[in-house]
Ligand binder design. Sequence first.
Ligand SMILES: [Cu+2]
Length: 261
Amino acid sequence: MISRRTARLAALAGLPAALMLGGPAAVASAADDEKAHQIDLTPQNGSGAEGAAFLSVEGTELTVNVDAKGLVPNSPHAQHIHGSTEGMDFHCPSPDADKDGDGIVSTAEGLPSYGDIMISLTTKGDTSMDSGLAVERMPKADADGNLKYERTITVSQKVADHIQDLHLVQHGIDVNGNGKYDAEAGKSELDPKLPQEATAPANCGMVKGAAIGSMPVGGVETGGGQDTTAASPALIAAGGAGLAGAAGVLLVARRHRGAGQ
Ligand SMILES: [Cu+2]
């Protein structure tokens, strides 16, 4: 605002044309470069954990803000940006993803839906897939189960270009409600040293409106690198339901906005 006003004042004052051109153009391009995407985190596995996240992209600098509640208190929560930068339609898993019928969509059962880890949202150090279970560098929920996180990460141009195709997952649930992770619900299939409760998804959220804007050419596909071939028809069905669901959310959002005006 101030710069634009200054530019206008400069124009009025009859400053050289070159100066006037530089001012407003620079302001406009800075505004265009920064894109913020909102994510609503909704509970997985009946965790009751929910929240909101914002992904702001400026060039290849990605700033991630997470504000979640209802998580397992005083416990670390692994969190990742999942998906694909290859135009695949990954999405948050539905309860149908619970293939072994134990009542929990485990991280491995969810992977065919939400895709591989693209970014590990650690508090410091490495943010690659390798840090996916670096529990000691994951943020901790406070005594009330609230978790706030902010970090700016340099990402690849591909990730910056495909931010709308990605989604955020926080892990760590408390199946038996004793306020901590324990082995009663079994071991994690990802790391047998960790209990299943520590790695199962607690919530998941897709970038708002992404399902419509980023519908991949050739329709819904599943990850090529994973063993999802056998489950393809079910996944396609689930993908369709996900799209319908996203459209519904959009409609509700529009209605809310309409009512507010
Ligand atoms: Cu994850």
